[in-house]
Design a protein around this ligand. Structure first.
Ligand code: CA
Length: 219
């Protein structure tokens, strides 16, 4: 799963990126509002962590523009500002939740899970299709009553496919969801990953649609 981290404070940004990567996330970190806006517009993020006080363009402006485009990616506002007005403005503009700095990393992860779940439209943290269920909390896949642990990339792949069961995702769309910027992605990386998943989950779990991409069955 990919997260866009928007944070101009070098120390906070670095520690957040490290902790998120340790938690299995692919992290794209930008340090100003203009870069945040273009990265956000490129899409492919499961979640956006957004500081409000940023160089070049305020975080609230980044958020306002994203929502005006109809982008519904969950946004968690991270801010040192303790002013009530800022928080209200952020929520009015379409932030899903906010955290005041400093915060505990565990709480950040829990809130990220909560906003992602809400976006997935489920009260619980399981999404599914094609005989598979993905537990977003434990990052395990359930199939025929058995649970299997997943690597971070396997989880990102299944999360992308199971968000919209039946929909075909192209190689590029999957790469965008699985790998962060600057990561070396070999031309057959997605094939190798899917091959491994089929061995784990059965040959019918993820289907290839020739020339277009991959999908899981809708039911
Ligand atoms: Ca800041």
């Amino acid at each position: 799963m990919r997260v866009l981290l928007v944070e101009d404070d070098e120390m906070i940004g670095r520690s957040l990126r490290q902790a998120l990567e340790g938690g299995g996330w692919s992290v794209d970190w930008v340090r100003d509002g203009a870069l945040a806006q273009s990265a956000f517009a490129d899409g492919g993020y499961t979640c956006v962590l957004l500081d409000l006080g940023l160089p070049k363009q305020d975080g609230t402006e980044v958020l306002r523009r994203a929502r005006e485009r109809g982008d519904t990616t969950p946004v968690l506002v991270l801010t040192a500002r303790d002013g009530l007005e800022d928080r209200i403005q952020g929520l009015d503009l379409g932030a899903d939740d906010y955290l005041l700095k400093p915060f505990e990393f565990r709480e950040l992860l829990a809130r990220m899970r909560a906003v992602i779940r809400r976006r997935d439209g489920a009260a619980h943290s399981v999404i599914g299709g094609g005989g598979l269920q993905l537990d977003l909390t434990t990052r395990e896949v359930l199939r025929n009553g058995t649970r299997e642990a997943l690597t971070a990339r396997e989880f990102a792949l299944l999360h992308a496919l199971l968000e919209r069961p039946g929909a075909i995702l192209s190689r590029e769309q999957l790469e965008n969801r699985i790998y962060g910027w600057g990561e070396e992605v070999t031309s057959n990386a997605v094939d190798v990953l899917i091959h491994g998943m089929r061995r784990k989950l059965g040959p019918e779990a993820i289907r290839n649609v020739r020339g277009l991409g991959w999908r899981v069955a809708a039911a």
